[in-house]
Write a protein that binds this ligand. Sequence first.
Ligand code: HEC
Length: 118
Amino acid sequence: MVLLVTLNNCSPENESPIKEPPPPPAVTVPFPEAMYVQNGCAACHGMGGNGRGTRSHLLSNSRVPNFQDKTTYIYGSTKEAIAKSIKNGIPGTYMKAYGHMRKQEIEAVAEFIQKMQR
Ligand code: HEC
């Protein structure tokens, strides 16, 4: 008998009238910017795209573009051209292919790079 009473007390009708507060809103980092960092782009290309990242000293023998200056792009500075460079990489250079990234992700990062242009 005691057991039944206890079970009844667990039914939803007996839940405390005090509602739990809603969960806090998720912290959102601008998504392309996060990918630019997480995929290591920033390490070589610099956070602002100027080609001076934390790893760029290792690339002293490479030509690292300055994303802010359209004249330094070899493969094109349009969103489409940038997306292509990301997807296929630049064979024979430190710029590897990011073909594992989803199309929308590549496009978002390409747009982010395009916004660096002055
Ligand atoms: C290990 C260093 C390294 C990393 C990591 C890297 N890049 Fe590069 N990237 C380079 C180098 C070096 C070049 C120039 C290659 C050449 O000599 O043509 C380049 C070229 C490019 C170009 C072509 C620019 C042009 O000249 O037209 C784009 C666009 C680009 N990178 C975007 C990215 C993005 C986006 C990421 C991250 C998803 C990334 N890179 C990660 C080193 C890197």
